[in-house]
Write a protein that binds this ligand. Structure first.
Ligand SMILES: Cc1cc2nc3c(=O)[nH]c(=O)nc-3n(C[C@H](O)[C@H](O)[C@H](O)COP(=O)(O)OP(=O)(O)OC[C@H]3O[C@@H](n4cnc5c(N)ncnc54)[C@H](O)[C@@H]3O)c2cc1C
Length: 341
C-alpha cells in the first residue's frame, strides 16, 4: 500500500514515523528545499510527549527538551505571582509523561533523524488532489502527478489537500493577534513558563532550547495574516506593553531576533476530515487555537487507526473517538483563548 504524507512539519513527520513503526511503508513530500530552520518555541504537554516517547524519541529529546519547573501567572504591572501550577516532577507523575518546551527546529531535527534518509522528498509542492477511480492522485506544481493508496494531508494552515478533501470553512477572525519574539536564554535565564495577565493583553515567556520564546497576545482590528512567517514590528510590540512590569519590559529590551505577527483565526470543528483514501491532520485539519499539541497526537492516531479509517483498512467513517477528542480539545483551546506558544 502506497501512503504519501504531504508536508514535513511536526505533524507530517510524526505521522510518517508512527506509520513506519506500525509496519507501513510511507513517503513524505515537502514543498520546502530542506527541513525548516524557521520557528520559535512549542509547548508539548504529556499528550504529545507520551506519543514522542512511544516512538522511541525520549533519549533524542533529552538534550533539547526543557522541563519547566512551573507555570507562573503574574500581575501585568508589578510581577506579583497570582497563581502557580507546578510542572516538572508533578505533571509527569500525574500523567505518566513530562511537560516539555522545545525550540521548533530542534523537534523537527529529532523527528527527521529518526526517519530513514530517503523517506522525505523535498521541493515537491502539491497543488491539488484528485481521484483516479477511488485512488488519490497528487498533482504537483511542476506538472507531474503521483498516484497513492492513501494520502495524509499534513500541509499546514494553507493546506492544498484540504480543498480536495472537505468543504472549506470560513475562519472568523478572533480579534486577536500574537507577536512572536525570541530572547537569548543566557541573557535572561528563567526555568519557568511565565504568563503576565492584563486587560485585553497577555504575554507568555518560556524557555525553548537556547532561547526564551515570547508570545504576546494583543487586540487587533486589521485582520493580520494567519501566517507563522509574516514579520512584525518590535516598536509596535513594545507600544502594546508600555507601562507593564519592569521584568516584562526588561525581557522586551533583550529582543534582538526578528519579530513576527500572526493573526488568530478560529474555526468551527469539521464534521469529518477524511474521505475513504485521504485524511487531514494537524493544522491542515484545519487549525484550532493552538494550545494542545494536536498535530503530534493526530500523527499517532493516524497510524494507530483512531483517525483516518482508511489507514487501518476500514473503508467506513472514522471512529467517533477521535472526533470526540478533537472537539473537546477545541473547546479547551477556546477556554484558554490566549496564545501560549
Ligand atoms: C515555518 C513555520 C514556523 C512555525 N513556527 C512556529 C512557532 O514558532 N511556534 C509554534 O507554536 N508553531 C509554529 N509553527 C506551527 C506549528 O509547527 C504547527 O502549528 C503545528 O506543529 C502543526 O504542525 P503541522 O505539521 O500540522 O503543520 P506545519 O508545521 O505548518 O507543517 C506543514 C508542512 O507542510 C509543508 N507544505 C505546506 N504546503 C505544502 C504543499 N502544498 N505541498 C507540500 N508541502 C507543503 C510546509 O512547508 C510545512 O513543512 C510553525 C510552522 C511553520 C510552517
Amino acid at each position: 500500500m502506497r501512503i504519501i504524507v504531504v508536508g514535513a512539519g511536526i505533524g507530517g513527520l510524526t505521522t510518517a514515523l508512527a506509520l513506519l513503526r506500525a509496519g507501513h511503508e510511507v513517503e513524505v513530500v515537502e514543498r520546502a528545499a530542506g527541513f525548516g530552520e524557521v520557528g520559535a518555541g512549542l509547548q508539548a504537554g504529556p499528550n504529545a510527549t507520551r506519543v514522542l516517547h512511544s516512538l522511541g524519541l525520549a533519549a533524542a529529546l533529552e538534550p533539547v527538551a526543557v522541563s519547566p519547573v512551573a507555570t507562573r501567572f503574574l500581575r501585568w504591572d508589578n510581577d506579583t505571582v497570582l497563581t502557580e501550577w507546578p510542572l516538572a516532577g508533578q505533571i509527569d507523575v500525574k500523567y505518566g509523561a513530562p511537560y516539555h518546551t522545545l525550540y521548533r527546529p530542534d523537534l523537527i531535527d529529532v523527528l527527521a533523524a529518526a526517519l530513514p534518509p530517503d523517506v522525505v522528498r523535498f521541493q515537491r509542492t502539491v497543488t491539488a488532489v484528485d481521484y483516479w477511480d477511488t485512488r488519490p492522485v497528487l498533482r504537483f506544481a511542476d506538472g507531474t502527478a503521483e498516484i497513492a493508496d492513501i494520502v495524509v494531508g499534513a500541509d499546514g494552515i494553507r493546506s492544498a489537500v484540504r480543498g480536495s478533501t472537505v468543504e472549506e470553512t470560513t475562519a472568523p477572525f478572533s480579534g486577536m493577534c500574537a507577536y512572536r519574539a525570541m530572547v537569548r536564554a543566557d541573557e535572561s535565564p528563567e526555568p519557568s513558563v511565565r504568563i503576565w495577565l492584563g486587560l485585553h493583553r497577555h504575554l507568555v515567556a518560556y524557555p525553548a532550547g537556547r532561547y526564551l520564546n515570547l508570545v504576546c497576545v494583543v487586540p487587533a482590528t486589521d485582520w493580520p495574516a494567519e501566517s507563522w512567517t509574516v514579520p512584525g514590528s518590535l516598536a509596535e510590540l513594545r507600544a502594546n506593553f508600555r507601562g507593564w512590569s519592569p521584568q516584562l519590559n526588561e525581557l522586551l529590551d533583550h529582543v534582538r531576533e526578528r519579530v513576527y505577527r500572526w493573526g488568530r483565526y478560529d474555526r468551527e470543528p469539521l464534521s469529518h476530515w477524511s474521505t475513504a483514501t485521504t485524511t487531514l491532520i494537524g493544522d491542515a485539519c484545519p487549525p484550532m487555537l493552538p494550545f494542545l499539541a494536536q498535530a503530534i497526537e493526530d500523527g499517532a492516531a493516524t497510524a494507530h487507526g483512531t483517525h483516518p479509517a482508511p489507514v487501518l483498512g476500514e473503508q467506513r467513517a472514522f471512529p467517533s473517538a477521535r472526533r470526540t477528542r478533537t472537539s473537546t480539545a477545541r473547546q479547551s483551546t477556546r477556554q484558554r483563548r490566549g496564545d501560549e506558544r
